[in-house]
Design a protein around this ligand. Structure first.
Ligand SMILES: [Zn+2]
Length: 242
């Protein structure tokens, strides 16, 4: 079965939650499931290199009936091989690769050439979009709150504050109406002019005798953020500095 030579056209950045596409390849994967590649999809896959926003949930509507999309992953074709999800060794956009969205389904996969429909779970998408927006807003707020701590000039964020978030972030996991972000403040952050002590200061009450263990010298810190269901928005680009 020939592998695609053009990238999957993805329409989720425009807010699309349904799409019609043609099956271009079906790849058997673990547990008797199939990875279905389409020429076009509204389905947001998890990004292997920066898996912040989880995959959409949804349904693949085929001529044989509906199939639940149990996962959606990014794939890449190179030298006649298809690498899916965790097996994709390069970032999307790497020269010489074709990047695809793989819809993982249970049951009988549709044939290549068949036109199928993708219907994304709208409520789930909206909840993740809200979480993603909250994540970016909280990052800007964090950069602002820590702006005074820097001892050297640093790259700045969209609001002109030193970009603590993008410089120190280790991982970001978006969930419904929120996200959990982990930062690493090690030697490289100190070299850039961010003293780790700056993070803990607000927690130490004036005049209190903080023990050394409670002192703000931890190399990692975590932030969680949330949004109300009414603040739904859509962000589909990673904020990671590349
Ligand atoms: Zn983002």
């Amino acid at each position: 079965m020939a592998l695609p030579t053009t990238d999957t056209i993805v329409t989720y950045p425009d807010g699309d939650v349904s799409s019609t596409g043609v099956v271009v390849h079906v790849e058997p994967v673990a547990d008797g499931r199939s990875a279905v590649l389409l020429d076009t999809t509204a389905c947001h896959p998890v990004d292997t290199a920066w898996p912040d926003q989880p995959a959409d949930r949804g349904t693949l509507i085929t001529a044989q009936g509906p199939l639940t999309i149990v996962d959606a992953v990014t794939g890449g074709v190179h030298d006649g091989d298809l690498h899916l999800g965790a097996d994709l060794p390069v970032r999307t956009g790497t020269e010489g690769w074709t990047f695809v969205v793989a819809h993982v389904v249970d049951g009988t996969a549709p044939d290549v050439g068949q036109e199928v429909r993708v219907e994304v779970d709208r409520d789930h998408r909206a909840a993740l979009s809200a979480g993603h927006t909250a994540c970016h807003l909280a990052a800007l707020a964090l950069d602002h709150a820590l702006a005074g701590a820097w001892t050297k000039e640093a790259p700045t964020d969209a609001l002109g504050n030193p970009a603590f978030d993008s410089l120190a972030i280790a991982s970001s996991r978006i969930h419904a109406f929120g996200s959990a972000d982990t930062y690493r403040i090690g030697r490289s952050m100190r070299r850039k002019g961010f003293p780790p002590t700056a993070l803990g200061c607000p927690r130490v009450a004036p005049g209190s005798a903080a023990s050394p263990r409670a002192a703000p010298t931890s190399p990692a810190a975590a932030r969680t953020s949330g949004a109300s269901p009414t603040s739904a928005g859509s962000r589909s680009r990673s904020r990671r500095v590349r």
